[in-house]
Design a protein around this ligand. Structure first.
Ligand SMILES: [Zn+2]
Length: 157
């Protein structure tokens, strides 16, 4: 199966990067500000990361989360990794979901989790309608790129 995160078109959704990781806007966000943190290389499991890479991933994710909380006026957030098929990993390229949260955004605060699983069907099926339009993606990604750039999140070496 092709890996959606290794396709060059995936870069259209990327708005910030560290040396080895990228932050990309989810093409079918379950809530505003739903972002994916993915390694630039096709690494399947968090267990395959070196200590340095794991540390980089967490620090980068926290930076991105702070930006998202500000931009989407959120007060809380969920982080989620599904690692290996038995845990629900459907794309074999490590990725962490960041979902900014606002009080009352979902009927029950825990409702975000089943939505994450539905999200994969949308991401993997290009004909699904719930996706943002190309224009919407462009708008949100370019806004996040500007803000992220101003904060020095694009520490490309
Ligand atoms: Zn990949």
């Amino acid at each position: 199966m092709e890996c959606p995160f290794c396709e060059s078109s995936f870069l259209n959704a990327v708005f910030a990067e560290s040396q080895n990781f990228m932050a990309a806007y989810n093409l079918a966000p379950i809530l505003p500000g739903h972002v994916l943190i993915v390694p630039k290389n096709h690494i399947e499991s968090i267990l395959d990361l070196s200590d340095d890479d794991l540390s980089e991933m967490m620090i980068f994710s926290r930076k991105v989360t702070k930006l998202l909380l500000r931009v989407f006026k959120a007060e809380a957030f969920d982080w989620s990794i599904q690692d290996q098929e038995a845990a629900g990993q459907t794309i074999s390229h490590l990725h962490m979901h960041i979902v900014p949260r606002i009080k009352g955004d979902l009927k029950d605060p825990g409702d975000w989790y089943p939505k994450i699983n539905e999200n994969y069907k949308v991401l993997l099926d290009s004909d699904k309608r719930e996706k943002l339009s190309n224009e919407e993606i462009k708008r949100v990604v370019s806004r996040l790129r500007d803000l992220s750039h101003n904060e020095g999140n694009n520490s490309k070496v």
